[in-house]
Design a binder for this molecule. Sequence first.
Ligand SMILES: Cc1cc2nc3c(=O)[nH]c(=O)nc-3n(C[C@H](O)[C@H](O)[C@H](O)COP(=O)(O)OP(=O)(O)OC[C@H]3O[C@@H](n4cnc5c(N)ncnc54)[C@H](O)[C@@H]3O)c2cc1C
Length: 618
Amino acid sequence: MGNIKTVYEDCDILVVGGGMAGTGATFEARYWGRDMKIVCVEKANIDRSGAVAQGLYAINCYMGMQWNENQPEDHVRYARNDLMGLVREDLGFDMARHVDSSVHMFDEWGLPMMRNKETGRYLREGKWQIMIHGESYKPIVAEAAKKSADKIYNRIMVTHLLMDESKENRVGGAVGFNMRTGNYHVFRAKAVIVAAGGASHIFKPRAVGEGMGRTWYAPWSNGSAYALPIAVGAKMTQMENRIVLTRFKDGYGPVGAYFLHLKTYTRNGKGENYEKKWYEQTKKLVGEYIDHHPVPTCLRNHAFIEEVKAGGGPIHMVTTEAFQDPHLEVIGWENFLGMTIGQAVVWASQNIDPKYEDPELTTSEPYVMGSHATCSGAWVSGPEDLSPPEYFWGYNRMLTVDGLFGAGDTVGGSAHKFSSGSFTEGRLAAKAAVKYIQDLGDEKIEINDKQCENFKEIIYKPLENYKVGRNEITAGTVSPSYLLPIQGLQRLQQIMDEYVGGIGTNYMTNENLLKKGLKLLDMLQEDLEHVGAENYHQLMRAWELKHRALTSQCVTEHTLFRKETRWPGYYYRGDYMKLDDDNWHCLTVSRRDPKTGKFTLEKAPLYHIVDEKKNEAS
Ligand SMILES: Cc1cc2nc3c(=O)[nH]c(=O)nc-3n(C[C@H](O)[C@H](O)[C@H](O)COP(=O)(O)OP(=O)(O)OC[C@H]3O[C@@H](n4cnc5c(N)ncnc54)[C@H](O)[C@@H]3O)c2cc1C
C-alpha cells in the first residue's frame, strides 16, 4: 500500500457521479452557493458518461406548461397509474413543476430541439416526450457542470462514503481511487449528493459471452447509487420494483418513437394482435388496473411474456407499413443513430431491413433504477410545502443520513423523471444541500486519519489478493485463493436470475427461492473478500461487483417482503400471484444495519396528494 499516493480534497459539496442528475446538481449548487467549493467526481468522463452518453432522441419528461399542454398534477397521475398506484407523489409533483425550466436551459445552451413547423412549439413524440437531435445532449450538460464546479475529477470510482466522527449518522465525504493513476482520493465534504446512476448486470443478461456488454441499461451503471447509501445505513424504498423493458431484440433499440411517432404496433408469430387475448387473465391478477389508460408498462410486458410462454412467439414490431413513408423511414433509422447505433448495426448484420421485414422484440433482463418507468432507490425527504410529516425531515432530497442527498436514479418512489427530470432533481437536491450547509454554520465535520486509512486498505485489497495468489496457478484463470471480478459477476447474475426472478424463470420467484437466493448472496459476500484484481481497471470491476452484490441483497430482501405481485411483467411472486391492495397499497422501506449487515423492512404509508380526476392519454 506504501506506493499508493493519497490525494486529499476538502469541499463544501461533493457530487458523486456526473451524469444527468450530477451535472444538474453541480450547476445548481453554484447558483445558490456562490462562495462554496463544489466538486464533482465521476467514474468515467463527464463529457460522455452515464445513461445519456451516446445521446438521446427525445426528452421524455416535459410538461409544456408555457403552452398549457400538461400540468404537474397530470404527470403525477400518469406516473402513479404506470406504477400501479405506488409513487411518492410529493417527489413527482416537485420534479414536474420544475422540469420545464431545465429543458428551456438545454435549449438556451444549444441543444438542437425539433419544433412543430405550424405551432413553433417543441415537437411532441408523445404526451410527455419532445424530440431532439440529441447526440450532443451529454456534452452540453457537462459543459454547464464544468463551468460551475471548482473541480471535476474524472476516472475516479467512489467506493465508500465517509462518516462524520463528531456526530452520529452524518456524512462527511467519500473515498475512491483513480483507475488510471491508482491514486487514492479522499474527499472531505459537508454535504454529498449521490447521483451515480442505476444498476445493470445484476441479473443475468440475455446477451452473454462476447455480447455481454449489450444490455439495455448502460453496462457501466453498477448500482453505486444504491450501494453507497445502503452501506452507511440509509433507508431505501421500492427496491423490489425492478424494471423489464420490451425492446428490439439483440440491440435493445428503443421502441418509444416507433409506437408513439411512427405508430407501429406489435403482432405475435402468427400475425395476431395478442394483447387482447390476455385481458381476462390479467384482470384476474390485477383487477381494474388493466382497464387504466394508458395500460401500465408492466401489464403490456405481461401480455408479451404470457404470449411467448404460450408458444405465440416471436413477437414482431410491424414496421413494414410505416416504413413505406420515406419520412417515417428516416425517423425510424435516425432514432437509433442518435442513441442506440448498435441496433442499426444488429439489423445490418442480420440482413433485416425494417421496410420489408418486421423486426423481433424481446423482454430484457431486469434492471434496478429510479428514473425510468420504475422507482427503486433511496428514501428521501420531500419538499417542505408538499410532503406529509412521514415524508419530510428538513431538506428536500436528503436521505435518512444527515448531509447525504440523492437525485436521478438514486432517489426512490419517483418514477418517470427520465433525463430532464433527473437533471432537475439534481438541481433540487443541490439547492437543498446549499441550505443545509448554510444552516450548519461554523459546525465542523470531523474525519480522522484512521477512517481514511482503513478504507485505503479495504479498497486496494483485491490487488493484494491477486498479487499473493497469482503464483498458485500456472495457467488459466481459476485460482484456489481468489476469484476474478468476471467470475463473481457471473455467479451473482446466476443467483439473481434463478432465485430472484430473472429471464431464466420468466421473472418468477417465491418465498422459498428468495430465501435460498439470500443465503447464496451471503455466501457470495464472504467470497468477495477474496476477489482478485490484476490492475486498476480490474480493481474498478471488483468494486463494481461489490456494489452490485449489495444492491442485489437489498432487491432480494424487498422482493421477499412484499407479499403480492404488484407489477406482473416486471416480476411474479408465484406464492402471491395477485395484486393485493388491501394489504400492500403502501411503500416498502428497508434499512441495512452497517454493523451487522442485517436488513430490516417496514411498510410506509402511501399518500395520494393529487386527486384522480381525469384519465390520461399517452
Ligand atoms: C437505454 C436508455 C434509454 C433512455 N432513453 C431516454 C430517452 O429517450 N429520453 C429521456 O429523457 N431519458 C431516457 N433515459 C433515461 C435517462 O437516461 C436517465 O433517466 C438519466 O440518465 C438518469 O440520470 P442519473 O444521473 O441518475 O444517471 P446517469 O445519467 O446514468 O449518471 C450516473 C453517473 O454516475 C457515474 N458513476 C456511477 N458509479 C460511480 C461511482 N461509483 N463513482 C463515480 N461515478 C460513478 C456514471 O459514470 C454516470 O456518469 C434512458 C435511459 C436508458 C438507460
